[in-house]
Ligand binder design. Structure first.
Ligand SMILES: *Cc1c(COP(=O)(O)O)cnc(C)c1O
Length: 409
């Protein structure tokens, strides 16, 4: 196991070739290598420029509404019959309602600094598409979003949002007509157009430099939360937690605490249970492999191909996970646990009823874990990253679960 100095962690990871230990890297078709190198070079220069840093700060303050607050859930904490206190970092109050805008605005600003005219991406449920479409409108960049035909039918409100924002939504009707085919189509576009286009990946995944860039753009979440929590309580939290899909909101929340005496836990979706196809808990049940251009831990079927995955939270159902998470677990710094659909839905209703905050189903997984842990811990504090708001999930939840009649409030 690598001997890691946490005080200098951010300087040393990733390595120059984008590795976190043996995870990460860039496994690319040859014609895309120069395109990625161009982005890496540009980013490493631009991210040191005071002009870039100050412009990003201004955007976060004036356009996104940062800093987002940290909030003490007094009523939810009392529910547990435990003295352990639950706090939320309110990324749901970020413009567009989730943390994704943090890296989309960073990627958009980078495109602008690099003189690119166009940004593209794929989207599944449409959350990344909407965040990127927002960034494109802000910066005056052209934007194309690839989306499977099946997803387009399921996610009409997000498709409408993207179109209102001026984005070109391209329907992909190959294969299963969902996320995987949309990724292929976006890569094809990027291969042909990388001279004037940047492919903006939606999480801390993909080939180098994306896991590093997305992490750097999300770092603000934990950085703010750490200061805010200390100011509110005089201490650091005992546990910091966040839900893990591709791993962007969690990595941004976790890293500012890496050199602190704080337990860090990522929460994966257990869905309906641990059988293949019923969950998307890649760290918990997966094994090492290369997918979408990077080496990490992934869920594979018998043939070694990406396995079918499922979660009630569409933002969490991804077969792999950001390479830095695979590394942080291997060196023993971060632990990974799971929450099921049922636990997430219960947390969704409880946070709504007891605090007046309707969380995204993704974020509900982290809240569910915090409620479980608070009960076990009996005292101390848990800081949860509430990655997004739940307006997008309400129709689905009430159709399947009513208005929470099955829970005691
Ligand atoms: C997309 C999304 C996630 C999962 O993505 P990460 O990259 O793991 O953060 C979590 N929460 C919300 C609200 C999302 O939209």
């Amino acid at each position: 196991m690598e001997n890691v100095n946490y005080a200098t962690y951010l300087k040393n990871y990733p390595s120059q070739d984008g590795k976190f230990g043996r995870f990460g890297g860039a496994y690319l078709p040859e014609h895309l290598v120069p395109a990625m190198e161009e982005i890496t070079e540009a980013y490493l220069t631009i991210c040191q420029s005071s002009q870039f840093i100050n412009e990003l700060r201004r955007i976060r303050r004036e356009f996104q509404g940062r800093p987002t607050p940290v909030y003490h859930c007094e009523r939810l904490s009392r529910l547990n019959g435990s003295k352990c206190q639950i706090y939320l970092k309110r990324e749901d109050l970020n413009h567009t309602g989730a943390h994704k805008l943090n890296h989309c605005m960073g990627e958009g600003l980078l495109a602008k600094f690099m003189g690119k005219k166009r940004i593209i991406a794929e989207t599944g449920a449409g959350q990344h598409g909407v965040a990127l479409a927002t960034a494109a409108a802000f910066f005056g960049l052209e934007c194309t979003i690839y989306m499977g035909e099946v997803d387009i039918q399921k996610q009409a409100p997000n498709v409408a949002r993207m179109k209102v924002l001026g984005t070109n939504v391209v329907s992909v009707s190959k294969g299963q007509k969902t996320l995987k085919e949309a990724v292929d189509a976006a890569f094809e576009d990027y291969s042909a157009n990388y001279k004037d286009t940047i492919y903006c990946i939606g999480s801390a995944v993909g080939p180098h430099p994306f896991p590093m860039m997305v992490r750097d753009f999300q770092f603000v979440v934990g950085e703010e939360a750490r200061e805010q929590f200390k100011e509110m309580t005089g201490f650091l939290p005992d546990v910091v937690t966040a839900c893990v899909g591709g791993g962007s909101n969690s990595i941004g929340m976790f890293l500012p605490f890496i050199n602190d005496p704080v337990e860090i836990v990522g929460v994966e979706p257990l869905g309906r249970g641990k059988n293949q196809g019923d969950h998307a808990a890649s760290m918990t049940y997966g094994s090492e492999g290369v997918m979408h251009g990077f080496n990490s831990i992934m869920l594979k079927d018998d043939k070694g191909e990406p396995a079918p995955v499922y979660s009630i939270a569409s933002g969490l159902d991804y077969q792999s996970v950001g390479p830095e998470h695979a590394f942080l677990r291997e060196i023993g710094r971060v632990k990974y646990d799971t929450a099921s659909d049922a636990e997430a839905v219960e947390a969704f209703f409880k946070l709504s009823r007891y605090e007046g905050i309707i969380p995204a189903l993704e974020s509900s997984h982290a809240v569910a874990y915090a409620m479980r842990r608070a009960k076990e811990m009996q005292h101390g504090s848990i800081l949860v990253n509430l990655s997004g708001r739940g307006d997008k999930d309400i129709d689905y939840v009430i159709e399947k679960y009513g208005f929470g009649e099955n829970y005691k409030f």
